[in-house]
Design a protein around this ligand. Structure first.
Ligand code: GMT
Length: 382
């Protein structure tokens, strides 16, 4: 198949997932055309992969350059020039409405193709619900030829928040265990934790929804009970405030801000516990990648997190904001070597349920069905 994938190119989970999906499909022989405003961060070269950049020309009149128009036009050009069979857009805003626009433009020439929208999280739970966007989000989801959500929780939330007339297929996110697995990085661990301190880790885009301050609060409580270090990976609007907070606490010397990292599995390999205290989280891809590397997870019990983190087995889930409970559970896991190992083993085992090889065929089956149904629909109109 020739598939166009539209995504955010950044370290955010939706872009990462879309990139991993495109790379996995290209390895299976499909021709993949990425459309984004920058080359996606995890994108590696492969003969079946093409990358088309969306450029938005500036003009003195444009205080807000019309990205969505440029995106829709790029979609039209890429579909026409490469004879694509299907467009798969990740994160509804503004990708689904741009795809709708492109499809309608191509209809005029009889060259239209179907599009699938994958809902990832805040495109529904936070931003999408806002009345500034809601009518367009709702319309373009309904106009999609198929809709997928990354968890059952997100599917239900979408039905609650919008009047959706179609079925939403749940296809969970996946992990590539060839890349995300435990490796021996003892020398690296010794550098960061020379006295065998436990290593806690957090990965996010440091937005408010991630409640990064809670990570530091949990760490402070754990640190009172055992020698430990905290690694903070990623960057975003909250980082400066969190760094300032750390400086006011006595644990500052044991917290390292590592910024955006590409080879995250190496950092996971030396870590003991992942902390994800989000206000809302439709899936928690970073937690799954951590689990695949053998790291138990302390998370909130919000959104889709209970679908990946199994209470008392792969980690624990607490109410949003309950840092004392999170710290208690963290200490329970970390204070005993054998117990920690049990949690690590369970995390690896559970992550295998989300292995790439299991999930990619679900997308391929959906693609086949959508292309077939769409061609039948077109033939019926003619
Ligand atoms: O919705 C977002 O916050 C953006 C998105 C991203 O691009 O980072 O994250 C969402 O999609 C990920 C991939 O499907 C999920 O793993 C994240 O849980 C989800 N984020 C939230 O729901 C906050």
């Amino acid at each position: 198949m020739k598939i166009g994938i539209v995504c955010y190119p950044t370290f955010g989970g939706s872009g990462v997932l879309a990139t991993e999906l495109g790379m996995a499909l290209s390895a299976k022989g499909h021709e993949i055309h990425f459309i984004a405003y920058q080359q996606p961060v995890r994108l590696n070269f492969h003969p079946n992969i093409y990358y088309h950049e969306v450029t938005v020309p500036t003009y003195p009149l444009f205080d807000f350059p019309p990205y969505e128009t440029a995106l829709a036009s790029t979609m039209v050009n890429v579909i026409q020039n490469n004879g694509l069979d299907l467009l798969h857009v990740h994160y509804a805003i503004p990708h689904a409405s741009a795809a709708y626009f492109a499809r309608e433009i191509l209809k005029k020439q009889g060259k239209d193709i179907p599009f699938i929208t994958t809902l990832h999280g805040t495109d529904i739970t936070l931003v999408g619900k806002d009345q500034t966007y809601a009518p367009v989000v709702s319309f373009s989801i309904n106009e999609s030829d198929a809709i997928t959500a990354v968890s059952n929780s997100l599917r239900e939330e979408t039905y609650r928040s919008f009047e959706i007339e179609k079925d939403i297929h749940v296809i969970p996110n996946f992990v590539d265990i060839q890349r995300f697995h435990q490796t021996d990085k003892e020398h690296f661990k010794k550098m960061l934790a020379p006295n065998d301190e436990r290593i806690l880790v957090h990965v996010s885009n440091f937005r408010k929804v991630k409640r990064v301050e809670d990570v530091v609060r949990v760490f402070e409580l754990v640190h009172e009970r055992m020698p430990s270090k905290l690694l903070m990976i990623g960057d975003g609007p909250e980082r400066q405030h969190i760094e300032e907070l750390c400086r006011t606490l006595r644990v500052c010397n044991d917290i390292r801000f590592l910024g955006k990292q590409e080879h995250i599995s190496e950092i996971f390999s030396i870590s003991d516990l992942f902390i994800l205290p989000s206000l809302t989280e439709s899936f928690g891809l970073s937690a799954l990648e951590a689990m695949a590397c053998g790291i138990p997870v302390i998370s909130t019990n919000t959104g889709g997190l209970p679908e990946i983190n199994v209470q008392g087995k792969t980690g624990y889930l607490s109410d949003v904001g309950d840092v004392h409970d999170m710290a208690e559970k963290a200490v329970y896991i970390l204070e005993n070597d054998d117990r920690l190992q049990q949690f690590k083993d369970a995390a690896i085992l559970h992550a295998r349920n989300f292995e790439k090889q299991r999930i990619i065929p679900l997308y391929e089956q959906l693609y086949d069905k959508v292309i077939l149904d769409y061609s039948k629909k077109k033939a019926a109109v003619i």
